[in-house]
Write a new protein. Structure first.
Length: 272
């Protein structure tokens, strides 16, 4: 992978991590168009960590608020601790899927544009529902809602099923506040992405025989310049997309992304 390909794929990752159009699906489509057979595990980790950094920069006030209240005790749980508890609850489904089934899912569906296309169509249908069904809005995200949103996030391990689209659409269909939902959706994804990156590091420094076999007998080495360019591109585009998506959710204009996902999903199936 040269630095130009890394730049393009980094921008794609940064934009699509937050927009409800599936970053994993677009990366596979982008690699297919560019002729990059394997983006490399190291590159995937770098661009995903870049999007986490973008989230921390854009939502630094909210993150600082949570950290400030985490260790403060007033005789009962404060708002910050309740929020963090909801984050932890939302992580349970993705934790189970990530630890027990992710490698199995990746082995089955990785590189399949047909699967990507079909999942993008599912994402389009889910986003469309938020346009036609708008329940009475409630201010706070309950623990049960956090768990259901977490299940939606766990389902998004399938390539083409948008993580942000699934979690935000599910939250809206449950009647949660537009103002708080995008923020919750982006903050809840920080621990799983970092956890996944830590788990994947073992394949870089101590790859198993099974992992090597899955990658054609060798581990793809990405030039340092490509990694740096990919990180910067994903970070800058991620900051832009994160701010834009929060604004779009507040205005509840997700139907445009539904149309986009439907078009790209059909194209992906045709490219397969």
């Amino acid at each position: 992978m040269n630095w130009i390909e890394a730049l393009i794929l980094g921008i794609v990752q940064g934009l699509t991590e937050y927009l409800p159009v599936s970053s994993s699906g677009h990366l596979q489509i982008g690699q297919a168009i560019l002729g990059v057979e394997d983006g490399g595990l190291t590159f995937d980790i770098v661009v995903h960590v870049a999007t986490v950094c973008a989230t921390l920069v854009v939502l630094w006030k909210e993150v600082a608020w949570l950290l400030a209240g985490l260790f403060r005790w007033d005789g009962k749980m404060n708002d910050e601790q309740k929020y963090i508890l909801n984050i932890i609850i939302s992580m349970i489904p993705i934790g189970i899927v990530g630890l027990c089934f992710k490698d199995y899912i990746d082995a089955i569906f990785e590189g399949s544009l047909v699967v990507v296309g079909c999942c993008l169509l599912v994402t389009a249908a889910l986003l469309s529902l938020t346009h036609f069904y708008q329940p009475k809005e409630k201010e706070n995200i309950s623990r049960w809602d956090a768990f259901i949103i977490g299940i939606a996030q766990a389902c998004a391990v399938l390539p083409g099923l948008s993580r942000s689209g699934s979690t935000i659409a599910t939250g809206l269909l449950l009647g949660n506040s537009k103002k708080n939902l995008a923020q919750f959706s982006f903050i809840m994804v920080i621990p799983p992405i970092l956890g996944e990156a830590l788990l994947d590091f073992k394949h870089i420094f101590a790859p198993s025989a099974e992992y090597i076999a899955e990658h054609g007998g060798e581990i793809t080495q990405i030039p340092t310049l490509s990694l740096v360019v990919g990180f910067i591109a994903a970070f800058i585009s991620g900051c832009f997309a994160c701010k834009w998506m929060i604004s779009m959710v507040k205005k509840c204009k997700l139907i445009y992304f539904a149309i986009y996902c439907a078009i790209v999903g059909i194209l992906a199936i045709c490219l397969a």
